[in-house]
Design a protein around this ligand. Sequence first.
Ligand code: CA
Length: 575
Amino acid sequence: MTKQNIMKVAAIAALSSALLACNSSDNDAEPTDNALPQLSPATAAELSGNCNDLAASLSVLANTTITSSSEVATGELMVAGNDVPAHCLVTGNMFERVSDIDGNVYAIGFEMRLPLNWNGRFFHQANGGIDGTVVTAVGAAGPGNLSNALYQGFAVLSSDAGHSGALGPAFGVDPIARLDYGYTAVEKLTPMAKELISIAYGKGPDRSYFGGCSNGGRHTFNTFARMPDEYDGYLAGAPGFRLPYAAIANIFGAQRYHSVATNPMDIASGFTAPERQMVAAATLSVCDDLDGVQDGLINDFEVCQATFSFDDVPTCTAERDGTCLSEAQKTALAPIFSGAVTSTGEPFYAPFPFDTGVASADYAFWDFFAPVVLDSGGVGLIWGVPVADPATFNGQDLALNGSIDDMLTSIESTNDIYTEAASSFMIPPNNGEELSAVRERGAKIMVYHGVSDPIFSAMDTINWYNNLSENNNGDATDFARLYLMPGMGHCSGGTAVDQVDLLTPLVEWVENGIAPEDLVATARGAGNPGGENPEVPAAWSADRSRPLCPYPTVARYDANAGSGDVESADSFSCQ
Ligand SMILES: [Ca+2]
């Protein structure tokens, strides 16, 4: 990969942002009827002293350099049209060092935003992409930018997970930076953040939360698996908890598109926009009314997967013209949906559901651009052993011509310098086991995932959740719930109803024992304060609402319920 391309990767990585996080401290839980402990609610406090003087007081933090503390006035940040209250912004870094591998300076850069009027809670915001940027520490409360943790009074931490985005994926040549990105930055940051809060407010966080989307969802899964004693609530979106495998699956897809591309320089020509729109329409024609109403949303997506296939798409009898797929295309593209496999046919990643998102811009970005520029850089430089040379690495060549089997071997390999494989440091250990330490602490997990997510398959998350349920006597709903969002792409957007505050119900569940019921999401049509979603169809009302149903239930239309209005959640129930 050229330096120019590395910079491009860095710029793109900086664009792919993430979500939330939270955290709290002592486990003063008491048993309840269902034998799960009930954690006590957080209590409010005020920032002690002057924000500008806080930096000096924080000089006692181990392995930490505080670079500034300054007050941010009410309204300097906003969310969904509301002023974020005044808070103290603290910036710093941990474990600054010079790499003996590449000579670059590494540190875990971070910021903490401390409300002057604090709700007693800590939120650890995990970020997206390949990290490398201290994204503003607001702690997204769910998809659609309706609220955030800082607005709600949490103290919020954000970090770059141990490297600068200026390096792009080349940070992966440093073995410590690899591990920090994987999970050790969170281990180093967590006790520091709790002590910082203790100094700032005169008490540590009563309750701690952790969250994020995409790679931030991956961090969330790693955190509840690796350090379950540190956090009380988790909010994971589009969790890329098998990120290196998902990236190789995406490269597997790129090679398939390339094989039927009319322009070999543009893999998007293997599955054009008109063809993708035609497939989305064909999917809707078969699956839209499975949930009781033709409304542009396929709520019953699992039945859809068993019902729809490329057999339902016209086969071209002449040249491809956007109204059909050629036989060669159907053969080449079907495995992208049925699940990536090795050269001997062994599956290594989940299938992807057929849904409306195949027509979206999100799909084009993740399927045609990301494998060549993002995923290949991750495999070659961040996860693979041996590591590629950043000076000569050619991501496009690896993506289009590399051996999938060799890539899988590389992310599972170690050597004297890179002693932990990416298949270990990127991925939560004991994946699919019962998570008894989380459950028995009284902690709660909420996960959301777009059915149309083109990079991390909702089916992978469903498999995780089904394993979790099986390992909890068939039912994990007393501490973990999964919400699938039809039509939603990666973290938000798409032909979807994608705006909901999940943090408030998570806190209610963790601290008051009130399990989330009757959650409602809203579309971001014209005038939405969280930011309009341009993919909301004109035929929908701007604020179309839908119940957000815990898996395995789905929202079904019930003409006898409510007003029968197709635009209203009242006309649907989770079944
Ligand atoms: Ca429908």
